[in-house]
Write a protein of this length. Sequence first.
Length: 77
Amino acid sequence: MPLHGWEFLIIIVVVLIVFGVGKLPQTLGSLGKGVRSFRKSAAGEEDDEGDNKELLELKSKKEESAKEKDTPGEDKS
């Protein structure tokens, strides 16, 4: 049973009401990441190292910026 125009429109309106326009991109992005993760695990691929590397890089950048803010008197030439 395919969705027709009115049925599809009603579904879109309900989704917008539930999630809101601002949260919709974040929600769909999280859903996409979850589906990708599920597909990888179903295929037997366990490649979480790429995600972990990105998280570690972000954490180190935050730590570096925090150190720079802590030492305002030093010359950064």
